[in-house]
Design a protein. Structure first.
Length: 88
């Protein structure tokens, strides 16, 4: 049940919120601020946050690929890359 609650809370985060928390987790692990068990829990949460950030970036890329302003000011649809390209 706790994993569902955590996933639900993460899914409601903005990209910036998730990235900020992920950066804080990395800082805490790298500094040795937390013990091994805490580091494992933080790593698990970090993995979920990374997946959420990847999803948000993919969604943003899809929106950008659909909306493009032409030289004449007209909005057109154009792809920005292939599925093998990394997001942004």
């Amino acid at each position: 049940m706790a994993q569902k609650d955590t996933a639900s809370k993460i899914s409601k985060m903005t990209f910036e919120e998730a990235l900020g928390e992920l950066e804080e987790i990395v800082r805490r692990i790298e500094s040795g601020e937390i013990d091994l068990d805490g580091a494992i829990q933080a790593y698990e949460r970090g993995a979920a946050l990374k997946q959420h950030c990847d999803t948000k970036l993919r969604e943003a890329q899809e929106k950008v690929s659909k909306i493009k302003l032409g030289a004449d000011g007209a909005v057109t649809e154009e792809s920005v890359g292939t599925e093998n390209d990394p997001p942004f």
